[in-house]
Design a protein. Structure first.
Lengths: 695, 549
């Protein structure tokens, strides 16, 4: 493996805490810090963390050769509606793209729903004459004469930022460019996002929403990023700062300031990258990452070391976990299923007598009843305390005293049964919810969970891993080292990269190789320019894909193209590849059906640190512990004695038979009665289901 | 609370998850646009007796009771003791399956330990079954295409090739039909596999205890919800456009302590065009409407549906009998919620919304016959543009939003990319929402013409051209739908075939929803908001709402 040129520093600014990690040139973690997030000027908290890790490791600012930054600021600005006053400009006759949306209620039986708030009210929806057709031909020229009056109206309405989204701009951006340039000349301070740059895909509603979200947070993010850069430079940082994107790559401050929407949801991506790296190190081709924290659980499928990606997700949902209740954003993202199941998720009994858990959460304030900070409602953590799987004296390094009585009282009150049975029910339901979400996600992706290795992290991941795995028919689990700070570590393994996706319709039979090559080359040039800015001197690689489907179907399948110019001979191969992948997902092909391509993707990547493949040569030494705890076994509902270990005391090769608890500062790993755990060469805990079934 | 109860609840949750997984398998592999865009499918799990235990919440409510009743019917056609692992049964009989020939129902027995323990079932809309094609023009069911009575499609894993060939030979879209039938088979198999996995994991050998728990809990929960309603019988009538003359729909709703009886006596008889509705389909939309207000949180199953009973005299248009044509049964079927709400609002005046556009405003566009000779582009589009929903007791109606169906509206860009049409406008219709304390949702205006100079055809089957969505409790009616060629062309009826010539523009305006409560009670802030946002004109604010300025 190539060593890094110098030290790497990463900061992950979350809503409550900022995590900082310092890594040596040979990829060893030297120091970590958790500092409070300074909401008014987040750079201040990040600087404090950076100073601390540098000091702890005795490293100087000028020795830092790589600085990576991930932030929830973009996400939070959208959620908390702290962005600019935005107007839209769309093609004349199409003022209501936003109001009309998909004409759909997101919940079938709920007649009193409100539609999601899409930021721009109708009074700020303007139009301009001119028309491009689906092939990119100009049918009517842009009504440039109307632009001065449009500018006057924008001024009068106090508009700070504009989203321009003209019909078929992905096929021909001339009108959008002309409109932007003329508006800019008339209103130099106006912030403008154009749809063909932000999200050049067909489907006007999604593209408009994405453009709105981008322009809405752009002034705030540009200001923040330049402040962040300035403060770090003043402190002595000499290398450029790179930003983590939702797609799992890194990009420059300049690109992030122009396309801040790419930063949304970048935090959880770090966890998926960490899991992907472990998958590579352990030569696991099919992995399920399971990140369970205090409020939500996130699951991601990772195949051949690549986290599954998507081209669309939703922000600011009216109902947080209901698909279709939010604002669609169409950018490349690492695809994660997020459900309202965390330690703080609140449990209750509904009017049919069914136990329900989440998505409402007690968060960290007031938190679960067991925290004794004023929370009275029963939560998942309270159930875990009552089941005995959380060591009350060692929770959060002993900094937080756990009140078992309060947990049991809350369970008895809210679930209306004795504490052990209530806790058992809460655990069963929340674990089933997570497993169902995982299975559903796999089905939607045409994949299977059964053969996968689960990589579990987050504060509650190792504690619930066996319980969720069993229900998802997953038999093997890996708990990495330091499972509590996954994201910030993951950032350090992300490559500098940029992915661009554009729409261009063709059937496979009628594919024009020369036109397509010009089109792909243009995309590659755009992506290369962005990546070059963050990785000036390294060899870049390209990945090209086409999103294909049978004519008449809605579901597109990603097919990799050769990373070079297409030749006529490739078409037959693409057909074969499509049919092979279709048949893998759906067990058959549809002979005689036309194949069509709607969207194309090009990703340009600078090399990431190579994974160190670990050969696990440690033996097997059975360990027993003198320390014991009574826990409720989730297989039988009966009380059972579990061995208790300190994770630090276990060495590679040590084998622990369930039921057992392996405790470390930020979390506990539950080794269920039907699992056996072993510590591997790299210090990861590997759990395998041994087959003891329910009684 | 005991461990067993928790396990039963977890298994119930699992069944609910399995049917959603089944539905996903079907939607992902289906070829029919209505399936893809609207989720016009159903998937369910049934116990040994054929009682529905779980059903996917899919895009359209048209399958809600139809599937529960259909599986009973199909199961009774074949002796269970003769069923073998790998068998799958099928029918598209509208009076068994889902109201028209396009909906195919499949049923698969699930074997565990050598015995049938239950069934998985699914329904999907196939693109074309021959006959005159999807439209109201057939004079009887025989004009509408191929009807397959209950039959065994797959025998111990072996597909009946002859049956499949018959379905293909009788369709304009044989490849898509074949793909859709395979999708249905895959859906049944996926459900069966998951059900067996669950039984193994939980170590149960039959579904009996689980079935009893699900059905009894749901039935009791529904009865509890019904018992909170006032007892009595209420009547309502709804006049709809019909094909070429208006039709009167009538209903009575009798609420007792433990069940609700809806009856369609007094409704007009069947007509000679395919807008007649089999009772199973009318019941699906009616019960859906009731369940939106009465116990919406209780999942659909044999227990929660049992207290809702729907009857109607044979031969009335909401209980059409064979061989009546029924291809477009959704046109009137989707109007039944307004009919039912006309009764329910008398019992629950503060809970029921005003009437809405209700009928899905679909706009199927086709190439004209002669394009094949001229070498022009052939195309078939199934576009949907909805009107406004009725104002709700405490909220305005939703503009351009589907209700009761859950269809998705079309997007302009992908439509123009795949067919030679050009849209000039798609905007909300100012003042089309019925005025009221709560305003009805607005309709929209679509203008579309040929992009290439070739004529195209439009097949209309929409409602509320003559009869607007009525307001409630003093609320005003929504604007009627309006269809014409050219801004100054004559108004056209809502049903039938149109040819839009090169150079002409089809103007397609969808209806607004009715208002709720008197317009004079609307707050000045709300009126001001509507004016600022162009939802109502200043003139309407003055004349309809009585605004001061």
């Amino acid at each position: 493996m190539e060593p890094n040129q110098g030290y790497s520093l990463s900061s992950d600014i979350g809503g409550t805490f900022t995590d900082t990690v310092l890594m040596s040139p040979d990829y060893q973690i030297l120091a970590t810090a958790k500092t409070a997030t300074t909401v008014d000027a987040p750079a201040v908290g990040a600087l404090a963390g950076a100073r601390r890790v540098l000091q702890d490791a005795g490293i100087d600012w000028h020795e830092v050769a790589k600085k990576i930054h991930g932030t929830t600021l973009a996400t939070n600005a959208l959620i908390e509606r702290r962005g600019a006053r935005v107007a839209t400009i769309t093609t004349a006759g199409f003022r209501d793209i936003l109001e009309i949306a998909y004409e759909r209620r997101y919940s079938q039986y709920a007649i009193n729903i409100a539609k999601p708030d899409l930021i721009v009210p109708r009074e700020l929806a303007f139009t301009v004459g001119g028309r491009i057709d689906a092939a990119g031909r100009e049918l009517h020229p842009l009504d440039a004469a109307a632009i001065p009056e449009l500018a006057d109206r924008l001024n009068a309405a106090g508009v700070e930022a504009v989203a321009i989204c003209l019909l078929h701009a992905y096929a021909n951006p001339d009108h959008e460019r002309l409109l932007r340039d003329q508006l800019k000349a008339l209103m130099p301070d106006l912030v403008i996002s154009v749809s063909h740059e932000v999200s050049p895909e067909a489907r006007e509603f999604d593209r408009l929403c994405t453009t709105i979200a981008n322009t809405y947070i752009q002034p705030l993010m540009a200001g923040y990023l330049s402040d962040f850069q300035l403060r770090f430079q003043k402190e002595g940082l000499s290398c450029p700062i790179l930003l983590m994107t939702a797609g799992g790559g890194m990009t420059t401050v300049e690109t992030a300031s122009r396309l801040p929407i790419r930063l949304v949801e970048s935090g959880p991506a770090g966890g998926a990258i960490l899991a992907a790296r472990i998958a590579e190190e352990t030569s696991e081709t099919e992995v399920l990452s399971f990140d369970m924290g205090g409020t939500t659980a996130k699951l991601c499928l990772i195949d051949n070391g690549r986290p599954q990606t998507a081209r669309r997700f939703e922000i600011s949902r009216a109902e947080r976990f209901i698909k279709g209740s939010g604002m669609p954003v169409r950018i490349p993202v690492i695809e994660m299923i997020e459900i309202g199941a965390g330690g703080g998720s609140i449990a209750r009994v509904d009017r049919l007598g069914r136990v329900q858990v989440g998505p409402e959460s007690a968060g960290s304030e007031p938190g679960p009843a067991a925290f004794g900070k004023g929370g009275e409602r029963a939560t998942v953590t309270d159930a875990d305390v009552a089941l005995g799987v959380i060591d009350t004296g060692k929770f959060a390094e002993g900094r937080l005293q756990i009140d078992r009585n309060a947990a049991e009282l809350a369970l008895e009150t809210d679930i209306r049964s004795d504490a052990a049975r209530s806790a058992f029910a809460v655990s069963e339901i929340v674990d089933e919810n997570m497993a169902s979400a995982g299975r559903m996600h796999a089905v939607e992706s045409g994949k299977d969970l059964g053969a996968r290795l689960m990589i579990a992290f987050g504060g509650n991941g190792p504690l619930h891993a066996t319980r969720v795995a069993r229900r998802a028919q997953v038999q093997r689990i890996l708990i990495p080292r330091d499972p509590g700070v996954g994201s910030a570590v993951g950032f350090l393994f992300a490559p500098v990269s940029f992915e661009t996706i554009r729409s261009r319709y063709t059937t496979l039979d009628e594919l024009n190789v020369d036109d397509t090559n010009r089109f792909l080359e243009d995309m590659a040039r755009e992506a290369t320019e962005v990546v070059r800015a963050g990785a000036p001197s390294t060899q870049l690689t390209q990945r090209r894909v086409a999103y294909m489907r049978y004519h008449g179907q809605g579901h597109e399948i990603e097919i990799e193209l050769p990373p070079r110019e297409l030749r006529s001979a490739d078409i037959a191969k693409l057909k074969c590849d499509f049919e092979a992948e279709y048949s893998r997902q759906f067990s058959r092909t549809v002979p005689g059906m036309t194949i069509e391509i709607l969207n194309w993707g090009v990703t340009v990547v600078a090399p990431a640190p190579d994974a160190i493949k670990t050969d696990d040569t440690s033996g097997r030494r059975k360990k027993v512990s003198a320390a014991k705890r009574e826990i409720v076994c989730e297989l039988t509902g009966q009380t059972r004695e579990a061995d208790v270990f300190d994770r630090g005391s276990l060495a590679p090769g040590d084998v622990v038979e369930g039921p057992a608890l392996i405790i470390e500062p930020q979390t506990t790993t539950l080794v269920s009665a039907d699992f056996s755990a072993r510590v591997d060469q790299a210090g990861c805990i590997r759990m395998t289901q041994t087959g003891e079934s329910r009684q | 609370m005991i461990v067993t109860d928790t396990r039963l609840q977890v298994m119930w949750n699992r069944l609910l998850a399995v049917v959603e997984e089944q539905a996903q398998v079907l939607i992902r592999t289906a070829f029919s646009p209505i399936v893809r865009e609207c989720g016009d499918i159903s998937a369910g799990i049934f116990d040994f007796q054929g009682r529905m235990l779980a059903q996917a919440v899919t895009g359209t409510p048209g399958h809600i009771n139809t599937m529960a009743a259909a599986v009973h019917h199909l199961r009774d056609c074949f002796p269970v003791q003769e069923m073998k692992p790998g068998d799958i049964y099928m029918t598209n009989d509208p009076w068994i399956a889902s109201g028209h020939l396009n909906d195919f129902l499949l049923l698969m027995p699930v074997f565990f330990g050598g015995n049938v323990v239950g069934f998985t079932s699914c329904t999907s809309h196939l693109v074309d079954l021959g006959g005159l094609g999807m439209g109201p023009e057939g004079a009887d069911i025989f004009d509408e295409g191929l009807l397959i009575p209950p039959c065994k499609l797959v025998s111990e894993g072996q597909l009946n090739d002859l049956l499949l060939n018959i379905v293909k030979a009788n369709s304009r879209e044989p490849i898509a039909n074949e793909g859709d039938i395979y999708a249905l088979i895959a859906c049944c198999e996926a459900g069966s596999k998951r059900l067996i996995t669950m039984m193994e994991e939980f170590g149960v050998e039959s579904l009996d205890a689980l079935a009893t728990y699900i059905i009894e809990t749901s039935r009791q929960g529904t009865i509890d919800a019904i018992s909170e309603l006032p007892n009595g019988t209420w009547h309502s009538a709804l006049r709809v456009d019909g094909y070429d003359e208006p039709i009167e729909l009538r209903a009575s709703l009798a609420i007792s302590n433990d069940h609700i009886l809806l009856d369609f006596s007094g409704s007009d008889g069947c007509v000679s065009k395919g807008i007649n509705v089999p009772l199973n389909y009318a019941a699906a939309y009616s019960v859906f409407a009731l369940r939106c207000i009465i116990g919406p949180d209780i999942p659909n199953n044999a227990g929660s549906l049992e207290p809702f009973r729907v009857t109607g005299p044979k031969g009335c248009i909401l209980n059409a009998q064979p061989p009546a044509p029924v291809a477009m049964r959704h046109t009137l079927g989707q109007m039944t919620p307004d009919l039912v709400y006309g009764c329910l609002t008398q019992a629950l005046p503060d809970a029921v919304p005003a009437e809405g556009a209700s009928c899905m405003y679909d706009l199927p566009l086709r190439h004209v016959a002669e394009v094949a000779d001229r070498g022009d582009q052939q195309f078939a589009l199934e576009l949907v543009f909805n009107g406004g929903t009725g104002a709700r007791p405490a909220l305005d109606g939703l503009s351009a939003t589907a209700f009761p169906s859950g269809v998705w509206g079309s997007q302009i860009e992908p439509t123009e990319a795949t067919a030679p049409v050009l849209f000039h406008r798609r905007e909300l219709r100012q003042d089309s929402g019925g005025a009221g304390k709560q305003r009805g949702g607005l309709g929209q205006r679509i203008e579309v013409s040929s992009a290439t100079g070739q004529d195209f055809l439009v097949f209309l089957s929409v409602e509320r051209i003559q009869n607007p969505a009525k307001g409630r409790h003093g609320g005003k009616d929504g604007a009627k739908g309006r269809i014409r060629i050219g801004e100054n062309g004559p108004d056209l009826p809502g049903k039938g075939e149109l040819r839009v010539k090169n150079g002409e523009t089809l103007v397609f305006e969808t209806p607004g929803g009715g208002g709720f409560g008197a317009p004079c009670d609307r707050t000045p802030e709300d009126i001001d908001f509507d004016i600022r946002n162009g939802l109502i004109s200043k003139a309407a604010a003055k004349t309809v709402y009585g605004a001061k300025q």
